[in-house]
Ligand binder design. Structure first.
Ligand code: AMP
Length: 511
């Protein structure tokens, strides 16, 4: 019996202990928030702070003005809401409004209101939402309840200020300009200027923006005092030249998807590193590839030193184009710069993802990281994107593509250009075709059949020991729309095959 599962589960244990230690030193715990705020975080299902939260919250809590570059999907909302809740603590009827959050759109304001209520559920703070489209009268009523927090769009806030004689913003201690690039760029300048003149000089000002506008002076108008600029360094963690491709599929479809990628998608002169979770998977894929006439190199934790050397050096000499490894083994070997990484098992921690793709798209080269995502992996996909501060979107469905192919393709191109991730399905027709062949190969090989059993058992242990995703990410998965085919199959879609494919996919999913 190999020792890898034991070793990797002990390594897991160690990692877990480290995570525990870490979460003590740089998790939400280290911010020393009041119990009511902390309970709100736990209830919302956040496990660890996102990078933007980690970087901005200590500064904001210390009372410093902050300009943060962060877009939707980075966890920016909680980054300014949590310190706000901490500072306001509880409802003070006599104090007037103490926090003001300005949003460029009604939708964003509504979303912020929802988050404020959720995160602040263990406080008695009162919130008033002032946005266009709602009746002024009900907002007047809200305002008469002495709110502690106002969440507003600039136009509607100005409207109230001009209608209510004794409405004052002088008591505001905490101002947030959310999506400041839109706020300052949407012709709100005059309204913002007027709002700013009504605020006290002693307030703390925070500005969150996806981009830094060329006219930085625009932001100076927000009246920040010695602001600290916070940007994320994630771009240096994963290469900007790396293409990331996420395929949703079922566990049992991974063999077919992998063989299709290697045979039909990745060019034969490219080198690919394949990450699997256990040594049994390494062995299984090794035999499967050989049956398919492809010789890979392999490397796992307790492999014989000499064998390991031979395998890796053959890969380094480009005599083999595939190297199948476990995370543990990959740490100990010197891997050359590569073209592709395939994440057969989705990395349960964002840092493992970053580590795995570290050899790809470096030194001016391009490269691709393909990842297989089962439904259990979806929350980890969301966690990864929070960590990378990247928005993640479902590929448009075949119906959407059929309705407006050019519009949909433009949108996809735009999403990629913005550095967003689009995840999508593998064509079922392709999977079915290759799956049949794989099944035949496995059934006719006693070695593969027994290795497959070992894989299943080892995978069970692996699943048990891996860290859990944020509860909030598990919740968010439930609201995700159905995804269409992945856009890398776009050439298939653009041809006349689209109709047939859409039809067969649809009839398949109905049937
Ligand atoms: P935002 O960028 O503020 O729009 O947040 C994007 C999504 O990430 C929202 O659904 C948040 O609830 C969620 N989120 C924010 N912070 C965390 C965290 N620390 N852990 C898990 N999910 C989070």
């Amino acid at each position: 019996m190999g020792k890898e599962p034991l070793v990797s589960s002990m390594a897991e244990l160690k990692r877990k202990q480290q995570v525990k230690k870490k979460s003590k030193s740089c998790g939400f715990e280290s911010l020393n928030l009041s119990p009511n705020v902390f309970r709100g975080i736990k209830r919302k299902g956040y496990r660890v702070p996102t990078p933007i939260q980690r970087k901005t919250m200590p500064l904001i809590l210390a009372g410093i003005d902050v300009v943060a570059m962060a877009r939707t999907g980075s966890g920016k909302t909680a980054a300014f809401l949590l310190p706000m809740l901490e500072k306001l603590k509880q409802h003070l009827p006599q104090s007037g409004v103490r926090a003001l959050i300005l949003s460029p759109t009604r939708d964003l304001a509504l979303q912020t209101l929802k988050f404020t209520k959720e995160l602040g559920r263990f406080t008695d703070l009162r919130i008033s939402l002032l946005v266009g489209g709602d009746r002024m009268e009900s907002q007047f009523e809200d305002l008469s309840q002495n709110p502690d927090i106002i969440i507003a769009t600039p136009g509607r806030l100005m409207h109230h200020l001009s209608e209510i004689d004794d409405m004052s913003l002088k008591t505001v201690e905490y101002v947030v300009f959310d999506e400041a690039d839109s706020l300052f760029g949407m012709g709100f300048a005059e309204q913002l200027h007027k709002i700013l003149t009504q605020l006290s000089e002693n307030r703390q000002t925070l500005l969150f923006s996806a981009t830094l506008p060329s006219a930085l002076a625009e932001f100076a108008k927000a009246g920040l005092r010695d602001p600290q600029l916070v940007r994320l360094d994630v771009d240096t963690k994963i290469s900007p030249d790396l293409k990331t491709v996420f395929f949703t599929l079922r566990q049992e479809e991974k063999y077919a998807a992998l063989i299709y990628l290697i045979r039909d998608h990745i060019s034969t002169d490219q080198q690919t590193l394949i990450f699997v979770s256990t040594k049994h998977h390494v062995e299984f894929l090794n035999v499967l590839f050989r049956e398919e006439g492809i010789k890979p190199s392999v490397c796992y934790g307790d492999m014989d030193q000499d064998a390991r050397k031979i395998h890796v050096s053959r890969f380094r000499a480009r005599k083999t184009m595939l190297l199948i490894v476990t995370d543990v083994a990959a740490r100990g070997i010197d891997i050359p710069l590569l073209d592709n990484v395939i994440n057969w098992d989705f990395p349960p921690k964002p840092k493992i993802f970053v580590h795995r793709v570290g050899r790809v798209a470096r030194a001016g080269r391009t490269g691709t990281a393909f990842s297989f995502v089962t439904s259990e992996d979806m929350p980890y996909l969301l966690d990864l994107h929070l960590f990378l501060s990247k928005p993640v979107k479902a590929a448009p469905t075949e119906e959407e593509v059929l309705q407006d192919i050019d519009g949909v393709m433009n949108k996809i191109d735009q999403a990629f250009a913005n550095g967003e991730t689009v995840y999508g399905r593998f064509p079922q027709t392709v999977l079915d075709l290759v799956s049949d062949r794989v099944r035949e190969i496995i059934d006719s090989s006693a070695e593969l059949t027994s290795l497959q059993k070992a894989c299943t058992n080892a995978f069970r242990l692996y699943t048990k020991t891996k860290p859990s995703p944020a509860k909030e990410s598990i919740k968010r998965v439930k609201d995700l729309p159905c995804e269409g085919l992945h856009p890398i199959f776009k050439n298939v879609l653009e041809g006349g095959e689209l109709m047939a494919l859409a039809f067969s996919e649809r009839s398949w999913s109905v049937g």
